[in-house]
Write a protein that binds this ligand. Structure first.
Ligand code: ADP
Ligand code: MG
Length: 724
């Protein structure tokens, strides 16, 4: 059945119509489109061009001048593999048009020979013209098959796996949608559309595929980006509102000097060797309000590295405990869970760190607080005991890894779930625990999510858009800034190790971090072990070195960490297993090898392992890389210690993908909007979305919007973010 009449259609209807319904698209073409992830007509109109070529800027091949970057359009002939002595494959081809020809040379891309030979029609080639043996050539240019193009600005679509499709095939299919339907019914409320003054959705989608000029494309992009962000924000606002309306939460006594049964928090605060910072108190205040209410708390706690998120989470947990409930803290790794267990125990006990092989009872407080740790490597007998103690309410706080998500766990009364480094967990895991407990006890535990390093505001609004956000402003007093240097030459690297030796001579400690070896963990272990041996015999000879990496079992790891904490080890040579949480105030030097191989957030997190005491600390970034990316990343690290500022730089450099991670995969993926470029648009979309949902949670008064939200995110609201 083909749709014959040109009519207006609702976009949500297009999400239910297969591309095969379009005239001119048969089963074969449909299959090719499916291979691109395009199944419905909606998928097709939102399959946006990857780039465009502006044919007015195109140069004829005869005119292409060596040294310049140019766009050429022509036909590929004579593509072939040229074997070399080194066994490397070079692929060569000729690009021809009426004015002349040029050689295209590809290194390390053996698939090119077949691919280029199979292209029918013209290709757009973008690259720098070089002279090689007096012939003009381009090395590893961008190649886009365009088919038979028309018009001044030609859309180029990503073609990945789609065999036998070129950009003009896709453009034709898209154009077919527009000739089938005379209009798309706009889902934005008319008042909002007028207010924003943007193209209507039909125009915008058309212009984004087939722009009449650059300005029109920009306006179209803005509208489509707005819709993307707006629809997501409506869903997030709805999710939040529905959750608030549904679940009755555990109500906590959050009075610090309280009427509560045991006044735990007051006593805890009075015994703390330092005063919480204003930033910490503000965050605790926001958490307290949520926890005292019948609405379930869903709050994100952001704070820079070292801002003291742990203390804030402990106060939240004590609110739960003094109200007669239990609290769990979930960390992404065993090292981190162990570290949390230690530092929370230390905060509670204000004595020496407890032995992690036994649960602890802190009798100093007006009411004993019990805490224990559960991970994948907890021995079966201890695990059984712990489960029983959780079920009968003996244990107040349990720290652990995802082992805590296990179905076997049941609680006497779980009041709070703290999730550290949330991005490493699937959302489904967190909500599975909460949902199960809610069913069991009839009230929902509160949830506090903590991020390791700050994430930019727009990203927080998108990835964690259904959560409220608290930010710990500032750092505890007395922190000295960490001197950060980029060691670009072997001499500067030597100086870095020299400084480390000096610091050790003065009783301090340090870290040397080796880069991740992507290929395999086996190679990784070898690399870090080799480096450990090398340093032992060279730069750091005579010092007491320890080695820690991800492949060691947790007992061995813990032994090394314990030796480091008790200063039996001067320098820890490590992979990024020490990235998060490790808290040794006596460590003052952090040396990061091949620093350009790490991301900004990781570098910032690693740097945060030093500067935790009163002494001046140092961070050396070792890298001889001269790339623009290295310049931008390492330059930013040297320039600022502000994690929020670094997060913005990171977003700009790396784009959304890395920030959004798995959570935004699939339908909620941002195709057009950019969290760094479209900052105000994110704010605007969120503001309008929240305003609408505040008055009309179920969208009864906005039926078109409602239909679209349902079409995109499905009925099962708690589930939509999980789809990927
Ligand atoms: P992060 O936010 O990076 O998780 P932590 O919670 O690990 O930071 O805290 C970093 C260090 O600062 C810890 O050693 C902690 O004991 C200490 N700390 C936390 N709050 C304060 C404070 N208000 N005054 C002094 N030191 C503090
Ligand atoms: Mg921490």
């Amino acid at each position: 059945m083909h749709i014959a009449v040109a009519t207006a259609v609702r976009l949500d209807e297009l999400t239910r119509l297969s591309v095969e319904e379009l005239s001119g698209i048969g089963p074969a073409r449909a299959r090719a489109l499916n291979a691109l992830g395009v199944e419905t007509i909606y998928d097709l109109v939102t399959y946006f061009p990857r780039r465009y070529i502006d044919r007015s800027r195109q140069v004829s091949i005869g005119e292409a001048v060596p040294g310049e970057q140019v766009l050429l359009v022509g036909r590929v002939v004579d593509a072939r593999r040229i074997p070399t002595r080194g066994g490397r494959v070079i692929v060569e081809a000729q690009l021809v048009d009426a004015s002349g020809k040029i050689t295209l040379t590809f290194f390390g891309q053996p698939y090119r020979a077949k691919q280029l030979a199979s292209i029918a029609g013209e290709v757009a080639v973008f690259g720098r013209v070089e002279l090689f043996r007096r012939r003009r050539q381009m090395t590893n240019p961008l190649v886009d098959p365009i088919g038979d193009k028309t018009g001044a600005i030609v859309p180029l679509y990503s073609l990945r796996e789609a065999a036998g499709l070129n950009s003009s095939d896709i453009a034709r299919a898209v154009a077919q949608v527009f000739s089938t339907y005379s209009d798309f019914v706009d889902v934005l409320p008319p008042s909002l559309r007028d207010h924003l003054g943007m193209y209507d959705v039909y125009q915008a989608l058309w212009q984004l595929h087939f722009p009449s000029n650059e300005q029109a494309r920009q306006i179209a992009r803005r509208r489509v980006a707005f819709d993307e962000l707006f629809l997501l924000q409506v869903k997030l606002a709805q999710l939040r509102a529905e959750r608030e309306a549904l679940a009755v939460a555990t109500v906590h006594d959050t009075h610090p000097f309280g009427a509560g049964e045991a006044r735990l928090v007051e006593d805890f605060l009075s015994r703390l060797p330092f005063a919480p910072t204003t930033g910490q108190l503000t965050a605790v205040g926001e958490i307290a309000v949520d926890m005292a209410s019948e609405k379930a708390m869903h709050r994100l706690l952001q704070g820079d590295v070292g801002s003291g998120k742990t203390l804030v989470s402990v106060l939240a947990m004590l609110f739960a405990v003094q109200s007669g409930h239990q609290a769990v803290l979930v960390a992404p790794t065993e090292v981190l869970a162990d570290q949390h267990f230690r530092s929370i125990s230390a905060l509670l006990a204000e004595t020496k760190t407890p032995d992690s092989s036994t649960g602890r009872l802190f009798e100093g407080l007006p009411r004993p607080v019990t805490i224990d740790i559960l991970t994948g490597s907890t021995p079966a007998a201890r695990r059984r005991k712990l489960l029983a103690e959780l079920a009968d309410g003996y244990l107040d706080i349990v720290v652990g890894t995802h082992a805590l998500f296990n179905d076997e766990l049941s609680f006497a009364s779980l009041g709070l779930v703290v999730v550290d480094e949330q991005h490493r967990f699937g959302v489904e895991q967190r909500s599975a625990l909460t949902d199960r407990v809610t069913l069991q006890q009839g009230s929902s535990p509160d949830t506090l999510v903590m991020t390791a390093t700050p994430i930019p505001r727009t990203a927080a609004m998108t990835v964690y858009g259904d959560l409220d956000v608290s930010v710990i402003e500032g750092l505890p007093p007395g922190r000295r800034s960490i001197e950060t240097r980029w060691a670009r030459t072997p001499a500067e690297a030597t100086a870095a190790f020299e400084l480390l030796r000096q610091q050790v001579g003065q009783g301090r400690q340090g870290y040397v971090v080796c880069p991740v070896v992507e290929e395999s963990t086996k190679l990784q272990v070898r690399a870090v072990t080799d480096e450990y041996e090398r340093l032992n015999n060279a730069e750091l000879a005579g010092l007491r070195l320890g080695l820690v990496h991800g492949k060691m079992n947790s007992k061995a790891k813990e032994e090394v960490m314990a030796a480091f904490r008790s200063r039996e080890i001067d320098v820890l040579v490590a992979t990024t297993v020490i990235e998060v949480g490790v808290d040794v105030a006596n460590a003052t030097v952090m040396i990061i090898e091949d620093a350009d191989r790490f991301g900004i957030a990781q570098l910032h997190q690693l740097r945060g392992r030093v500067g935790r005491g009163a002494e001046q600390s140092y961070c050396y970034l070792l890298s001889e890389a001269e790339t623009a990316v290295a310049e931008a990343r390492l330059g930013a690290l040297v320039a600022t210690e502000d994690g929020f500022a670094l997060a913005e730089v990171d977003l700009e450099l790396r784009g959304e993908g890395t920030v959004l991670g798995g959570r935004q995969a699939g339908r909620t993926d941002l195709k057009v909007a950019s969290l760094s470029r479209d900052r105000e648009l994110v704010l605007e979309a969120r503001q309008h979305a929240r305003a609408i949902i505040a008055l009309d949670r179920s969208l009864a008064k906005h039926p078109r919007l409602r239909a679209m939200i349902l079409a995109l995110f499905g009925e099962d609201e708690a589930d939509f973010l999980l789809r990927s």
